[in-house]
Design a protein around this ligand. Structure first.
Ligand code: GMT
Length: 320
């Protein structure tokens, strides 16, 4: 088949599938695509919404939206089928030479389907699957997904994981015959500027210290522990807590804060497209996840010279 290292090193047409959200896997996939486009590769993002980090126009970057037709019969619109069809279409007409899928569910299995369809036409499309975290540690290993995930990982041409810990977890929970390569997440240091002192002052007018947490407010993040830890910090050091992001647990955390005596010291900032600016004004970043395969937000904070205190779960010790 036409896959050879020489070919991959040349200027290629690359397809990237990811979740378009602000979550680490989407951010990492988008930054990687933008980086490859700067090296003159033609990069095609294929997903259901323009990736959050793809804000404006970038040379050599293209976006293909997957639209999911609604029909009264569909309680769950068949995204996997729509994505597989779109992949086949884009790979055919944009002459994609390699497909990189981020987050195994459902992307690795969908990529396999597209690959098989194209193989019937004599076109071999190598697939790289990057495992990010809960696709393995939470959702993936659940028996309702496990057989498909195992199969799709084994059928990928190359597999990467974002930390040694995630690699270990993958081998532990799935019957994987493939080599998994660890490619840690990265950030681009030049995106991290000095803190905006006016912004800092607006949150801490009396020189309070700023404690920050950034996440998608899922259960696994244990944001309630951030609030409990903050309550002890502020007894020792005059400080405020900024909670950045949104998600299923936000409502409970808001209730918890409203009932606490620290309410006026805790600010919910909500979801933001780019969090670097607000992360930079903090004095401490807290990450209390039950497990975390990597923790991109921790790396971003350290890039802004903000110290991080985290649990020692999953890939967090590696990141630290
Ligand atoms: O797995 C998730 O819940 C979301 C996912 C994401 O899209 O951000 O997070 C995972 O991938 C990130 C990027 O590689 C990692 O930084 C996160 O640590 C990881 N989340 C968990 O392991 C809980």
């Amino acid at each position: 088949h036409p896959y050879s290292p020489q070919k991959i090193l040349a200027r290629n047409n690359i397809g990237i599938v990811c979740y378009p959200t602000n979550g680490g896997s989407g951010v990492r996939a988008t930054e990687l695509g933008i980086g490859l486009a700067k090296k003159a590769h033609q990069v095609h993002f294929i997903t259901y919404r323009r990736p959050a980090r793809l804000g404006h126009f970038h040379e050599n970057v293209f976006y293909h939206e997957v639209t999911n037709e609604d029909y009264p019969l569909f309680e769950y619109p068949p995204y996997d089928t729509a994505l597989a069809s779109k992949l086949v279409d884009v790979i055919r007409y944009e002459k994609i030479e390699i497909l990189h899928v981020h987050y195994a569910i459902p992307h690795a299995a969908v990529a396999y389907m597209a690959k098989k369809i194209l193989l019937q036409e004599g076109r071999y499309i190598p697939v790289v699957t990057t495992l990010h975290g809960t696709d393995i540690t939470l959702v993936g290993k659940d028996s309702s997904f496990e057989p498909v995930i195992t199969f799709a990982i084994n059928e990928s041409d190359a597999v990467t994981a974002v930390s040694e810990d995630l690699k270990k977890e993958t081998y532990k929970h799935f019957h994987i015959k493939k080599e998994i390569n660890v490619v840690p997440n990265f950030i681009c240091l030049k995106d991290f500027k000095e803190p905006d002192m006016d912004l800092k002052k607006s949150f801490a007018p009396n020189g309070e210290k700023i404690v920050i947490h950034v996440s998608n407010f899922r259960k696994v993040k244990r944001v309630q522990d951030v609030v409990k830890v903050f309550s002890k910090i502020k007894d020792e050091v005059s400080s405020v807590l900024l909670l950045v992001g949104d998600g299923p647990e936000r409502h409970h955390i808001e209730e918890m804060c409203r009932q606490s005596k620290d309410c006026d010291r805790i600010k919910f900032i909500g979801k933001m497209k780019e969090t670097e600016k607000i992360q930079a004004i903090a004095d401490l970043f807290l990450l209390t996840s039950e497990f975390e395969s990597f923790g991109l937000a921790a790396l971003e904070s350290m890039a802004s010279k903000v110290p991080v205190i985290s649990t020692n779960k999953g890939g967090l010790p590696e990141v630290m």
